[in-house]
Ligand binder design. Structure first.
Ligand code: AMP
Ligand code: MG
Length: 369
């Protein structure tokens, strides 16, 4: 089922989707200075990559901070590992796994970081009207993510039963403890990486001024500029053709970017492909969106909103952003020919790739006040 055509104010634009097969496991945003610097002159930014939280991570610093790269990377990777140890659903002894095992029992004491990410999860649940909901975990597993995939899509009755366990409002937070009702569990896959990037960003900035980009699986936050007078440039890939960019975002100092895409992770059940982002209101994987890229003041917010806006789509999504000044988005519906819908403030940050000769449809977002 495709999303209905949006009706917001727009200036017409259409991008031609390049021919070829859809590419299905790619990193949706990419730091361009590094890509361009593959010939690596010593004056270019320097990058160190590593694996964290089951995905690719990296730290990039501008040329004047090259000497600090090893130390900074060590610190960032340690912070990512520590946060993963608290929030992972794949680690039986993580605080989030313990909270899930204790569901229905007495409240569980958790660290300030876990408490904060849960507070933020509830906040983004509220702001997105439940489109972002970290208690979607039982449905995520039912559809075969983080659990063996079923041979066929789940039955409506199974989905209805799991839906009863989904409601972020029922996560009870009080004085550094968490309580979950029986049967419920939490999946921070849609916010945890952004949270880890923010924690690392704060730590790195505390140690002195630096120009750097922290990246955890496409959740990025930048400090300073790539070089004097030139912001860090992040390429947004075409969700339908990984070799092509739809455009570039010039990310101001301190800002973050994240992308959610239907091509990043999926399962094939029967003869169909299902996205890893579940609509918590219906219990079914989201259809109709190919990708949503969000720029926000924090990586946590960019991560949560990209997942939530992916669920809401190009019609309902912009309304939510009226409550989030400073957050801008690009929506790419899953249809041919490819279309880009951007919030008004994104026009100052985003330049469409000239290869597509594209201009962009502008969404209407009216900020309160
Ligand atoms: P992201 O790639 O940041 O959009 O996060 C997607 C991940 O978040 C999925 O793999 C699930 O672990 C989890 N998730 C799926 N649907 C939702 C949802 N509606 N709200 C919050 N988290 C979700
Ligand atoms: Mg997310």
């Amino acid at each position: 089922m495709l999303a209905p055509r949006p009706t917001m104010d727009c200036v017409a634009v259409r991008l031609t989707r390049p021919s070829g097969r859809r590419v299905l496991r790619i990193f949706p945003v990419v730091l361009l200075q590094v890509t361009l610097a593959c010939g690596l002159r010593p004056s270019e930014p320097a990058t160190k990559s590593f694996t964290s939280m089951g995905t690719r991570a990296s730290v990039t610093v501008s040329r004047e901070y090259r000497d600090r790269l090893p130390r900074v990377t060590e610190e960032v990777s340690r912070i990512f590992r520590d946060i993963e140890g608290l929030l992972s659903t794949y680690q039986a002894d993580s605080e989030i796994s313990i909270v899930a095992r204790s569901a229905g029992g007495p409240p569980v004491a958790v660290s300030p970081d876990t408490f904060e990410v849960l507070e933020l999860s509830k906040r983004y649940g509220q702001l997105t009207g439940g489109a972002f909901d970290v208690t979607v975990a039982p449905l995520v597993r039912l559809w075969g993510f983080g659990a063996p995939p079923p041979a066929n899509p789940p039955e409506p009755k199974q989905i209805a039963d799991k839906l009863k366990l989904v409601d972020f409002r029922r996560i009870e937070l009080a004085s550094e403890t968490v309580h979950l009702p029986a049967g419920m569990s939490i999946d921070l896959g849609g916010i945890g990486k952004g949270f880890a990037v923010d924690r690392a960003f704060e730590a790195v900035c505390r140690t002195g001024s630096i120009a750097a980009v922290l990246d955890l699986g496409g959740n990025m936050r930048v400090s300073g500029q790539a070089e004097a007078g030139r912001n860090w440039i992040i390429g947004v890939r075409n969700p339908f053709e990984k070799e092509h960019l739809v455009g570039r975002i010039a990310l101001p100092d301190g800002m973050a970017v994240a992308t959610s895409g239907n091509y990043e992770r999926f399962v094939e059940l029967g003869d169909r492909r299902y996205s890893h982002i579940i609509d918590p209101r219906t219990g079914y994987p989201v259809e109709g969106m190919a990708g949503v890229t969000v720029v926000s003041p924090t990586a946590t917010e960019a991560d949560a909103f990209s997942t939530g806006l992916f669920v809401l789509g190009v019609q309902a999504g912009p309304k939510v952003l009226e409550q989030a000044p400073g957050t801008e988005a690009i929506f790419i519906p899953d249809r041919d020919p490819i279309e880009l819908w951007v919030t008004p403030g994104m026009r100052n940050l985003f330049t469409p790739d000239p290869e597509f000769k594209a201009s962009v449809r502008i969404l209407s977002v009216k900020h309160a006040g």
